[in-house]
Design a protein around this ligand. Structure first.
Ligand code: FAD
Length: 318
């Protein structure tokens, strides 16, 4: 079933969440443990992130360091299949431009098509400080909208070099990302929304937002999108703050602000346990407010917060 149909037709508020593949070498049971905790809330779908390679420095016997490239969290496609088979849940693998050639992307699409996985979240991927800033557009998709075009062509049975792709029974449907507080590289919100509109014109069914902690910013953003004629569902992404250090780490990593009411409460906490409780209470208030405003549901970021998501879901969906 397409995610857009679930969003439109679900009588209950959507409960969905994102998981990360385990760090290379770790067991898939880390992922299953999270799903085991959350499955009782009937997730309508589960997103699985995708990661490109990163550099690590390997010490050599002579004391020097060798720079090697590794994918720290491989396995998005395989984990998606495992979730589908083990739990019967709808997996939504993330598919990204960064670090993947168009050819590698095509192979991933073929694998997913063979597996009967046809919902995707289509993204550019995180920019790393050491990224080559001008990847060859013949070889790599640059923006999420370029990747979107490759997927659209694949859906029509057209592969790279105009090869024929046979046997597509269910074309891919997909959502894309949006940023209520603006994407960090966008010169302004107007520009960011301009490209969102292009994504909808290109076939994006819905958007999932970057995490935010201030609902008023999300409501303003949605209102601006609607004014610009973007009428697809916008699913709010919520991450429970779960550590004191999140006060600085989340703004730095995700280019978002934390409201002062929340920040001051967290500052006063003596330890992470207290901060986690504040994070849960804040997220419960946010979720209730979002549902009260008629949004179809909430998408949760579970990284380092799956226990908090359980507590939130008990109150919001219980
Ligand atoms: P784009 O749509 O390419 O936008 C990037 C910037 O370019 C924006 O400023 C936009 O305004 C502008 N822009 C867009 N289209 C064009 C165009 N055609 N020409 C010129 N400018 C343009 N990262 C990962 O690495 N793996 C993940 O699994 C992952 N999952 C995510 C899930 C969600 C819900 C969200 C919100 C983010 C996720 N990210 C993930 C992070 C995301 O990849 C980064 O935020 C990335 O910097 C931007 O991705 P995008 O798809 O919005 O990019």
């Amino acid at each position: 079933m397409k995610i857009i149909d679930i969003i439109k037709e679900s009588k209950d508020p959507i409960f969905s969440f994102e998981i990360l593949p385990p760090l290379k070498g770790n067991s898939i049971y880390k992922v299953f443990n999270i799903i085991d905790k959350l499955k009782r809330f009937n997730p309508q779908f589960v997103n699985i992130t995708s990661h490109h390679s990163e550099y690590i420095y390997k010490p050599l016997p002579d004391g020097s360091l060798r720079r090697v490239s590794i994918v720290k969290r491989p396995g998005t496609v395989a984990i998606s299949a495992a979730i589908q088979n083990k739990y019967g849940l709808i997996p939504v693998p993330h598919i990204i431009c960064k670090g993947f050639t168009k050819e590698e992307t095509e192979y991933a699409l073929l694998d997913l098509n063979f597996l009967g996985i046809n919902n995707l979240l289509v993204l550019r991927g995180d920019e790393k400080s050491y990224d080559i800033h001008h990847p060859d557009p013949q070889i790599y998709n640059i923006h999420a909208s370029d990747l979107q075009q490759q997927i659209n062509r694949f859906n029509m049975g057209i592969g790279l070099e105009d090869t024929t792709i046979e046997g597509i029974q269910t074309p891919f449907s997909y959502g894309m990302a949006c940023y209520p507080e603006k994407h960090e590289e966008a010169p302004n919100m107007e520009s960011d929304i301009y490209y969102l509109k292009k994504k909808v014109e290109g076939g994006a069914d819905y958007f999932i937002t970057q995490m935010f902690f201030d609902n008023s910013k999300f409501f303003d953003f949605v209102a601006r999108c609607r004014e610009e004629g973007i009428n697809v569902p916008i699913l709010p992404g919520i991450k429970p703050l779960s550590k004191k250090s999140h006060l600085t780490v989340l703004p730095k990593t995700f280019k978002i602000d934390l409201p002062e009411d929340l920040a001051s409460e967290v500052r006063a906490c003596r330890n992470d346990e207290e901060a986690k409780e504040i994070g849960v209470k804040w997220a419960i208030r946010q979720c209730r407010d979002l549902l009260d405003h008629g949004f179809p549901g909430v998408h949760f970021y579970t990284m380092s917060a799956s226990d908090s998501v359980v507590k939130i879901a008990e109150k919001v969906y219980g």
